[in-house]
Structures are given as C-alpha cells and as structure tokens.
Design a protein around this ligand. Structure first.
Ligand SMILES: NC(=O)c1ccc[n+]([C@@H]2O[C@H](COP(=O)([O-])OP(=O)(O)OC[C@H]3O[C@@H](n4cnc5c(N)ncnc54)[C@H](O)[C@@H]3O)[C@@H](O)[C@H]2O)c1
Length: 270
C-alpha cells in the first residue's frame, strides 16, 4: 500500500544490481511512494546486472559511478542536478564488497591490499559521497542519507571477515558526517542494520544458510526481508523522521537485543 510519503522528493539509489538487491526493492518502494529517482552502480555492475530493467520500470536514468572514484561521484552529482534541475532530498548507500570474503581468506590471514580495497568500497565511499555532495551543495535542506550495515560491525560473526571492520567504520562515518552535515544544512545521516538477506553480497558470506536460519530462530519477529527494509528506508527518507540523525537503527526483528531464544535452546537440546 502506498501513502505518497515521498511525493515531490528526488533521490539517488546506489547499489541495485539485480532484483534481489535491497537497493532494487528500495528503489521500487520509493517510486511507489511518489519519489523521482536516479540509479547508479559501478560500470562493471551495470554490465553484469539487470539494472536497465529496473530503470525502465521506475522511469529513472542510470548514471555509472565507481564509488572509489571522486571524479565519478562528482560527475554523478553534476548529471543528477542537471536531470532534476536541482539537488536531491535523499540518498541510499547500499554498497558492500570484500575481496578477502570473496577469496575465502580467513580474518587472521587477511591480505591488506584486499582489506584497503574493501574498506574503500564499503565504508570510505560513504564519506566520499557526502564530501562530494557537500562541495556541490547537492543535497537539499532536511535531506536524508541512509547507508545499509550489519550487526557484525558491533559483535563478532567470524565468517563476516573484514566486512565487519568495514561496517564499524561505515557506522562511525555516518555519525561523524551526520554532525557536520546536520550543522551545515540540516541533512540527516543514519545507518540501517538489516537482518541477513538472500542477495549477491549476502550469499557471499561463508556458511550463509546456517547463518540466516540461526538469525531467524533468534529473532522474536523473524528475519526482516528486503521489502521490509525498503519500507523502513522510505520512512527514513520521509518527513516523518526529520529529527532522527547519527543513529545506527536495527531493522532485524529484535535479533540485536535477544540473548537467546526458546527456539535456539530447543535446537541445542536435540
Ligand atoms: N544481504 C545481507 O544479508 C545484508 C545484511 C545487512 C546489510 N547488508 C548490506 O546491504 C547493502 C546492499 O547489499 P545487498 O545485500 O543488497 O547485495 P548486492 O550485491 O545486491 O549489492 C551490493 C552492491 O554494491 C555494489 N558495488 C560493489 N562495488 C562497487 C563500487 N566500487 N562502486 C559502486 N557500487 C559498488 C554492487 O554492484 C552491488 O550493486 C550492503 O551494504 C550490504 O553489506 C546486506
């Protein structure tokens, strides 16, 4: 059901790769709520994924940008401002990548070149996007930025590998930049800490099936789906959450505050 929560708002969605992507669902939900969108992803992802299908469905241009390139991000904001005839009201950062995870290199043996690349793509990219946006005054007053994260940024999930360090840094950047952008232009910046979700990035984590079933059993409400995450993002982009900033918001069916569940106890007693 749509409520026109984003009527008249304009936004940029980073990270829609295929129809499982959380960014893909978020773009669909934002569009259904009345937003106008620009889609972006890395040039290689544009070749591999199916983003043009989404672009057609929601009538949005696709502007390529590798988030490790300041030049690409600058170009993205220039083109987006031309397209909308002004700045944007919201941005979704839905980007994560670890070469150490991809190559199944255990955390204690991480290759630092891969670590640097992973941190650059998964965390520093949020800083880069915000810096370039601020320089070009590309986000309107009372704008909202959301970046997606995972609880491994705060607690240990061994197979999450160096992505955990990336998420800890991402959450910290959201807090710190949230201060500066808040003072400068009343722009709010939050991270949403989502349940494990079956997507290309999610399924890359070793033992994902066990992981997602465990989280389901540990969460009083069960795991949150990508569609439910999209709804939560819509609410954070809307005017109903104007005073929420610099927060890490759990969207995980209660997983983060559950010590143990009866379902897990029963499983252990088998
Ligand atoms: N799937 C889960 O279990 C889960 C849980 C919590 C948080 N998250 C987070 O949600 C976000 C979205 O992931 P997803 O699960 O939808 O997977 P996904 O694989 O669909 O999305 C990841 C996106 O990052 C993009 N990307 C990678 N390198 C890039 C670069 N250099 N420049 C620009 N874009 C680049 C990819 O092209 C892809 O579109 C990530 O931050 C992820 O860590 C996922």
């Amino acid at each position: 059901m749509a409520y026109n929560l984003l009527k008249g708002k304009k936004g940029i969605i980073f990270g829609a790769l295929d129809e499982n992507s959380i960014a893909w669902k978020t773009a669909q939900h934002c569009y259904a709520e009345g937003a106008e969108l620009v889609l972006t992803n890395a040039p290689i992802a544009l070749r591999m994924g199916t983003i043009n299908k989404l672009a057609e469905e929601i009538n949005a241009p696709v502007i390529p940008a590798d988030v490790t390139s300041a030049e690409d991000i600058t170009n993205l904001f220039i083109k987006t401002k031309e397209h909308f005839g002004g700045g944007v009201d919201f941005i979704l950062h839905s980007i994560g990548m670890s070469i150490n995870v991809r190559k199944a290199i255990p955390y204690p043996e991480n290759n630092y070149e891969f670590t640097h690349k992973g941190l650059d793509i998964s965390a520093i990219s949020l800083h880069r996007v915000l810096q370039m946006a601020m320089k070009q005054d590309a986000i309107n007053e009372w704008g909202s930025v959301v970046a997606l994260t995972y609880i491994a940024g705060q607690r240990v999930f061994p197979n999450y590998n160096d992505m955990a360090d990336g998420k800890a840094m991402l959450e910290s950047i959201a807090r710190n930049f949230g201060y500066f952008y808040g003072v400068e232009k009343k722009v709010r910046i939050n991270t949403v800490s989502q349940s494990p979700t079956r997507t290309t990035a999610g399924s890359g984590v070793k033992g994902f099936d066990g992981f997602i079933t465990y989280a389901e059993k540990m969460s009083p409400l069960g795991n949150a789906t990508a569609d439910q995450c999209a709804d939560y993002c819509v609410s954070l982009f809307s005017d109903l959450t104007k005073m929420v900033t610099m927060q890490n918001l759990f969207h995980d069916g209660g997983f983060s505050f559950t010590g143990v569940s009866q379902a897990v106890i029963e499983q252990m007693e088998k």
